[in-house]
Design a protein around this ligand. Structure first.
Ligand code: ADP
Ligand code: ZN
Length: 737
């Protein structure tokens, strides 16, 4: 077998017996492999097929014409075609494009498309039984009579169900089948549920909303590639506006993909979709059962499921006829996948729209600098919603200067914030305290010798989770009960918790407001969509006065009684060397602030900060988002950083520190040079040890016009890492760990 890099053929290409075809396998190999179409077989580009691979059998996709060059005698025959719609041309182009952009093997990207191998074969129909209208004579028994009675007034049912309803064993049903009293019928494996209905009227849009919705709808109707930024303040009704584009795509008979961050927490979103379209959308996220995945994948491939809402991986579903993409909260960094194929789903969604020649809407109240600059330059259209729906005002934002407040030691709620909370509770309203730290305390140290409890596998402190009684690493999952003795000085009971997490904050609140009904909302206390939906309901029902939450409650939610939001440590995200630290902190705090005062009652936001004059705090206080973005763009321009320059990270990792160092140094020695090219490093990554692997990092910085992937590809080809050392490229990095 020989590798090729042949481009994708068009969808209509047909391959006849004896012809050589290129097959892409869902494996991290460099390219396609050639096979021969077997006797009496006709294949089409995109077909899923079985092929021999060494001694095994593998499923691959017909990618195009064979590259040739394989000896006739070595060429193997395709074993068979799977009963599945072929992978559409757009999806195949998308695989190739994503692979080239992210410097991944195309097969590794295809593997994300073929994430549910079982879905490639049709579901087995369920056999049900009905009364035979012309039965042979058979011996009646009490049990047999009961089975017949059940069927007399009901639809056909599978044997097990019949037996259960008749209160008998399955042998009785089988006996009736053998005797010819019952006849089998095939039922579909899974009844198709109702599909969303675009004819339902939806709410009356305000004049502003209507003005924003019309061009979106027109773009969907017209088809063709376009990107629109839907930029609207929190609570302005962006969802209702982009639902109009969804409705239009449905009217055209096409499919729609809505990407949402942290879909598992989207209970409110799902309800709104249901209210608007009368049926639930297909869902795609990590909390599905294997059966649900199989069903949805297949239904998307067959074009039956019209709307899919999902997390980033939904982008790789094999849509039969995708006509519209929406990326909600487009700025959210959880769209970036950080392992395996490293990609940003927001950016790849734009590419997918371009390849499919369809419109895409990017919605956010705090669009990323990338998107804002694209809108300003005219590459993207822009629709603006400046006001909250139904006249609700944006909340008033104030900073609390923590240098001036008399906050007792080991306490984190300042007197000003405490007064704000007291007033809110007294009004019968709800409050939210935002602290982006899970657990009880981020650091545990020995009061005697100063030893800090650290993860054995990572350069990270262990976080105390007091409710679970454990010290945990938030990077690798390591956990252990707190030791009795300090591992360093061996003194007993000398540990002190340093700093607050949400659990500790809840303790302080219980002292300050013993009557307040408080819940903690963090990723570890809200495991799964059901827990999230329960919490949402409790908050909506006013069974809760105060939500203490991490970023999981920062976005999207709409709680009418919530009027006060307090950021306990507004400065938290500003530390560290992340180029987007300020932008992200601004987005996150703006989003959290957006939870306050959404329905008529005035909202208030209090930011506890030691840096009230920091541009982020000032922009939030003055409501000057655009001014902040302008300044931020200028500082990136000066530093030639994205989106005004291009950046890629190269991470060298492995269990043997010396080998990792040696590889990193040789990358440093062979680093590309040029007028617009800068290479920084190698240097230990901030997480110099992660999951037991040592890590070194290099950064490649180029001008915006440079072909970064080309430079990177050539560079990485010059260095052959030893076994057990891995070199990983991260184009457009978001995480600087
Ligand atoms: P955003 O996504 O911009 O933050 P939402 O779409 O969540 O705003 O809208 C905020 C609230 O206002 C939601 O409860 C939504 O149902 C309601 N809403 C928005 N537009 C309308 C409308 N035209 N008619 C009725 N309710 C609306
Ligand atoms: Zn760890």
């Amino acid at each position: 077998m020989k590798k090729n890099t042949a481009p994708t053929e068009t969808a209509t290409a047909q391959y006849l017996p004896g012809e050589e075809i290129a097959v892409l396998l869902p494996l991290p190999l460099a390219g396609t492999y050639d096979y021969r179409v077997a006797e009496e077989m006709t294949l089409t580009a995109g077909d899923f097929i079985n092929v021999p691979l060494g001694a095994r059998k593998a499923v691959g996709v017909v990618w195009g014409k064979g590259e040739g060059g394989v000896l006739e005698s070595k060429l193997k025959d395709v074993l068979g075609r799977l009963d599945c719609p072929p992978l559409p041309e757009e999806s195949r182009d998308f695989v190739d494009w994503t692979a080239r952009y992210t410097l991944s093997a195309p097969g590794a990207v295809l593997k994300m498309v073929m994430s549910v191998p079982e879905a490639l074969t049709p579901p087995k129909p369920v056999i049900a039984y009905t009364l035979n209208p012309k039965p042979e004579p058979f011996k009646p028994t009490k049990a047999r009579e009961r089975v017949l009675a059940v069927l007399n007034d009901g639809p056909p049912r599978p044997a097990a169900e019949l037996a259960r309803e008749a209160g008998t064993g399955s042998g009785v049903v089988k006996g009736l089948v053998d005797a010819g009293a019952l006849s089998p019928v095939n039922l579909p494996a899974r009844a198709a549920g109702p599909e969303p209905d675009w004819r339902l009227p939806g709410p009356d849009l305000s004049a502003d909303q209507d003005k924003a919705a019309r061009p979106l709808q027109a773009a969907t109707k017209k088809g063709g590639f376009s990107v629109t930024l839907l930029d609207g303040v929190p609570g302005s009704g962006k969802t209702e506006v982009y639902f109009q584009a969804v409705a239009e795509a449905l009217k055209q008979g096409g499919q729609v993909l809505v990407l949402l961050p942290e879909i598992a927490l989207g209970a409110q979103w799902l309800q709104r979709f249901q209210d608007r379209f009368g049926a639930a959308p297909g869902q795609w996220h990590s909390d599905l059962t294997a059966a649900q995945r199989r069903h949805t994948w297949r239904a998307v491939a067959e074009g039956q499921t019209k709307v899919v809402v999902g997390a980033r991986s939904a982008l790789f579903l094999p849509f039969a006829d995708l006509r519209q993409i929406i990326v909600d909260e487009e700025h959210d960094t959880s769209f970036k996948q950080e392992d395996g194929v490293i990609y940003n789903a927001r950016d790849m969604a734009v590419v997918r729209a371009q390849l499919g020649a369809i419109p895409i809407v990017l919605a956010s109240a705090t669009p990323s600098l990338e998107t804002v600059l694209n809108a300003e330059s005219g590459r993207y259209q822009m629709q603006h919603l400046a006001d909250r729906h139904a006249g609700a005002a944006l909340p008033e934002v104030d900073t609390i200067d923590m240098r001036a407040e008399q906050t007792p030691s080991q306490c984190w709620v300042s007197p000003s914030l405490r007064n704000g909370l007291a007033a809110t509770f007294a009004n019968g309203e709800q409050a939210m305290l935002f602290l982006n730290r899970r657990g009880y305390a981020p650091l545990t140290l020995c009061r005697t010798c100063g030893h800090r409890m650290q993860c054995p596998n990572c350069s990270a402190w262990l976080v105390e989770h007091r409710r679970g009684g454990r010290l945990q690493c938030h990077h690798c999952g390591f956990g252990a009960p707190p030791p009795k003795q300090c591992p360093e000085c061996e003194k007993e009971d000398t540990f002190a918790a340093c700093g607050p997490g949400v659990e500790r904050l809840a303790e302080e609140i219980a002292d300050l407001f013993p009557k307040a009904r408080t819940v903690i909302a963090a990723s570890d206390t809200l495991a799964g969509p059901k827990a999230a939906a329960d919490l949402v309901r409790r908050i909506e029902d006013h069974d809760v006065d105060l939500i203490i939450g991490t970023q999981v409650v920062a976005k999207g939610y709409h709680f009418p009684l919530l009027t006060l939001v307090g950021a306990v440590d507004a400065d938290l995200g500003l530390a560290g060397g992340d180029l987007r630290a300020a932008e992200r902190t601004h987005q996150l705090l703006y989003q959290v602030a957006g939870r306050a005062g959404r329905a008529g009652r005035a909202g208030r936001v209090l930011l506890q900060t030691f840096m009230p004059d920091h541009p982020v705090m000032k922009a939030l206080k003055e409501g000057n988002r655009d001014g902040f973005l302008k300044a931020e763009a200028e500082s990136r321009r000066q530093a030639m950083m994205p989106p005004l320059g291009r950046l890629a990270a190269v991470i060298v990792s492995g269990p043997d520190e010396a080998a990792v160092d040696a590889t990193a140094r040789s990358l440093g020695r062979t680093a590309p040079t040029g007028d617009d090219i800068t290479v920084l490093g190698p240097a230990p990554a901030p997480m110099a040890l992660l999951r037991g692997k040592h890590r070194r990092r290099l950064l490649l910085k180029t001008a915006k016009s440079t072909n970064l992937q080309g430079v990177l590809r050539e560079w990485l080809a010059r260095v052959q890492p030893p076994r057990k050392v891995r070199i990983q490229a991260d184009v457009d990095p978001y995480s600087f760990l």
